[in-house]
Design a protein around this ligand. Structure first.
Ligand code: SF4
Length: 370
């Protein structure tokens, strides 16, 4: 299988990072255990963005290993979102009734220091074998309630165009699968991968009256380089709508200006911000996590300062595998009596229209006539 990104000049070892000036030689020993435990890869597109003189560089913080990754907190888990509890067979996670994850490959173009699947992904972890892929497709074929398939991993866009085409052809032939979503970092971190050949199978899929969305994982506006924007435009111009997902990360995007700039940059690229993830309880990631209260305060500021197009949904994947839930903030008072506006001022809302619509035995609302 051609996973071309694996062969390119990405930085993959501590010595390569040191040679590139991204870690000082004095840190090599301290980082050896980190690199032995968690995969390292930084593509040229991303390493070129890092300012080695800036110890707080937000791109470096996402990809350059840190000794703090060896500190695992008791609440952290190797499977923080409970994929294992919903995996009936290799490659499938079936958590919600109408959709499944199809994990095609457990390798990525870059390895993020906060990855929620960091214990499962790494170079050489490989793609699903042909037999496992066929079994996964059989599972999807046999379940008419599956309306949407989410291609993930790892990063499915490091697969060859030929392999991707084969999977999309199979999915297109399943009548009940109407939508395929592709979760990827590739258009930003390895934009050269988004070639005409790679776009072709996605285009062929939508020509068969199916919908295909590409969801870009991006955490800082600087990741949207000229080449990344061009890669996204190639997808969008081919008729593939794009959404984004961002992980809220301390020291990367946990201030209103940075987060707002990212959301605006996405919309300018015709990418609709979709999710802002509260960082998962992955092992060794406490130094990168914010509190939920901090995330809610940031969302409030976004709401107050930026267009509705720039508003993602702030979500938490409930530990244990119980799925995602939006985590606010809520603008409506708990009793429904007031609502907060974008300036933080509260306004009354008529009680008759905010009480629960309890109905009596004869069908009248309990509050009728109040
Ligand atoms: S690209 Fe996604 S799956 Fe790969 S390391 Fe980053 S967060 Fe994990």
């Amino acid at each position: 299988m051609n996973t071309a990104v694996e062969q390119e000049k990405s930085l993959r070892s501590l010595s390569e990072l040191a040679e590139a000036g991204l870690i000082g030689p004095e840190r090599l020993t301290a980082l050896q255990d980190v690199a032995a435990r968690y995969a390292v890869a930084i593509t040229p597109e991303m390493s070129g963005l890092i300012d080695p003189a800036d110890s707080a560089d937000p791109i470096a913080r996402q990809f350059v290993p840190d000794p703090a990754e060896l500190n695992t907190e008791p609440v952290e888990s190797s499977d923080p979102i409970g994929d294992g509890a919903h995996s009936p067979l290799e490659g499938i996670v079936h958590r919600y009734p109408d959709r499944v994850l199809l994990k095609l490959i457990n390798a990525c173009a870059v390895y993020c220091r906060f990855c929620f699947r960091r214990e499962m992904v790494g170079p050489g972890r490989g793609a699903l074998s042909p037999r496992a892929l066929e079994a996964a497709l059989d599972y999807i074929r046999a379940k008419p309630q599956i309306w949407e398939v989410i291609l993930t991993g790892g990063d499915p866009l490091i697969l060859s165009a030929r392999r991707l085409a084969r999977v999309l052809d199979e999915l297109a032939a399943i009548p009940h699968v109407k939508v395929t979503r592709i979760h990827t970092r590739v258009p930003a971190v390895a934009p050269e991968r988004v070639s005409t050949a790679l776009v072709r199978p996605l285009r062929a899929y939508i020509k068969k009256d199916k919908a295909c969305f590409v969801v870009l994982h991006v955490n800082h506006a600087r990741e949207l380089t000229v080449k990344a924007r061009a890669a996204c435009a190639r997808l969008i111009d081919a008729g593939i709508p794009m959404l984004s997902q961002t992980v809220l990360l301390r020291g990367v995007n946990d201030d209103a200006q940075t987060l707002g700039a990212l959301m605006r940059a996405l919309v300018e690229c015709r990418i609709k911000p979709y999710y802002l993830h509260h960082a998962d309880l992955a092992p060794g990631t406490a130094h990168l996590r914010t509190t939920i209260a901090e995330g809610q305060a940031l969302m409030r500021t976004l709401h107050g300062r930026t267009s509705g197009l720039c508003q993602p949904s702030y979500v938490l994947d409930i530990p244990g595998g119980f799925g995602k839930s939006p985590i606010g903030p809520s603008y409506l008072a708990a009793d429904g009596s007031t609502i907060e506006d974008f300036n933080g001022r509260r306004h009354r809302y008529p009680p008759r229209h905010n009480l629960p619509s309890a109905r009596t035995a004869n069908g009248a609302r309990a509050d009728d006539g109040i």
